[in-house]
Design a protein around this ligand. Structure first.
Ligand code: ZN
Length: 85
C-alpha cells in the first residue's frame, strides 16, 4: 500500500484521501462551512473575505476550491436555490 503525506498535518498515512483520518473530520467540517458560505453569498467574495468569514487557512481553502467535485456540489446547490426563488 502507498503511503501519503497528509496535506494538513504532514503525517504519513495509507489511504486514497488527501488527508489522514485525524484531519478528515476537520476537512469535512471546513468544507461544509465553505459550501454554506459560497452557496449563500450574494456577491462573489474574494479569497481574503472567505478566509475572514470562515476562518479557513488559505492553503486549505485553495485545496477545496480546486476540488472539482466539491465545486460541482456547491454550484448544484446554488442553482437549486435560485431555481426555487
Ligand atoms: Zn493529518
Amino acid at each position: 500500500m502507498n503511503f501519503k503525506k497528509c496535506v494538513r498535518c504532514g503525517c504519513f498515512f495509507s489511504s486514497v484521501d488527501e488527508v489522514c483520518p485525524n484531519c478528515s473530520p476537520k476537512d469535512n467540517f471546513e468544507m461544509s462551512k465553505l459550501k454554506t458560505f459560497l452557496v449563500n453569498q450574494v456577491e462573489e467574495a474574494s479569497i481574503t473575505d472567505i478566509i475572514k468569514e470562515t476562518g479557513i487557512e488559505e492553503s486549505n481553502l485553495n485545496r477545496f476550491m480546486n476540488n472539482k467535485n466539491f465545486m460541482k456540489d456547491v454550484n448544484k446547490e446554488k442553482n437549486n436555490i435560485h431555481f426555487n426563488l
